[in-house]
Design a protein around this ligand. Structure first.
Ligand code: PRP
Ligand code: URA
Length: 209
């Protein structure tokens, strides 16, 4: 059964408030997204496997530790892009495989338009990156694609999640663990998260028009 881990930290509350505030400009929005992604990454990577290897300090020989698994970061375009850099700062050896999905405005169902996943040799651990988990349609389509690629272990990283999206993932992909900064109240009639922050991609890339 999958688990949902929610960050509980005063810094998360402060940076989330900046994201939610409709007067926050895109540059500051991206900065807060970066900081929250760092905090989320720290928590979501806590159980990663490491192995020993010999190193030598200026004083003596000892054993260091290195990551065991081949790691893939799977940002869902567009908004997931903002979460890549903070993850790469912490796991510089990770591979980045982009997935292009957008929600049809009338049905709120995901439309797949781009995939950079290779056909063979799947990563051992994949982190799906998307700040917004609303209906869960986009995340589940991403998991389906990763399953076809042959990935065994998948973790979902979202900044804001809705209960509807979490339930869908638990139902359809019980092996996927969810890590998020906060779980909001609900979705509105247009399937936007309430209170949420609006359209993450538009606010991030200044395309609100
Ligand atoms: C947003 C968000 C997720 C999706 C979440 O993308 O970044 O990918 O919606 O909604 P869901 O859980 O109901 O599927 P959007 O469709 O706005 O694409 P864009 O960032 O390219 O504009
Ligand atoms: N996508 C967003 O960017 N925001 C929402 O509230 C829901 C989906």
């Amino acid at each position: 059964m999958s688990s949902t881990r929610i960050l509980d930290h005063p810094l998360v509350d402060c940076h989330l408030s900046v994201l939610r505030n409709k007067s926050t400009r895109p540059a500051e929005f991206r900065q807060s997204m970066h900081r929250l992604s760092m905090l989320l990454a720290y928590s979501a990577t806590a159980e990663m496997k490491t192995s020993e290897y010999p190193i030598e300090t200026p004083i003596q020989k000892m054993h260091g530790r290195q990551l065991v698994d081949r790691v893939g970061l799977i940002p869902i375009l567009r908004a997931g892009i903002a979460m890549v850099e903070p993850m790469l700062d912490l796991i510089p050896t990770a591979e980045v495989w982009h997935l292009g999905l957008y929600r049809d405005e009338t049905t709120a169902t995901p439309v797949h338009y781009y995939s950079k996943l290779p056909s063979g040799s799947p990563v051992e651990l994949a982190f799906v990156l998307d700040p917004m988990l609303a209906t869960g349609g986009s995340a589940c389509l991403a998991f389906e694609t990763l399953k076809e690629w042959g990935v065994q272990k998948v973790k979902m990283l979202a900044i804001i999640a809705a209960p509807e999206g979490i339930d869908k993932i638990h139902r359809e992909f019980p092996q996927v663990d969810i890590h998020c900064c906060v779980v909001d109240k609900q979705l509105d009639e247009r399937k936007y998260i309430v209170p949420g922050l609006g359209d993450a991609g538009d606010r991030m890339f200044n395309t609100t028009g």
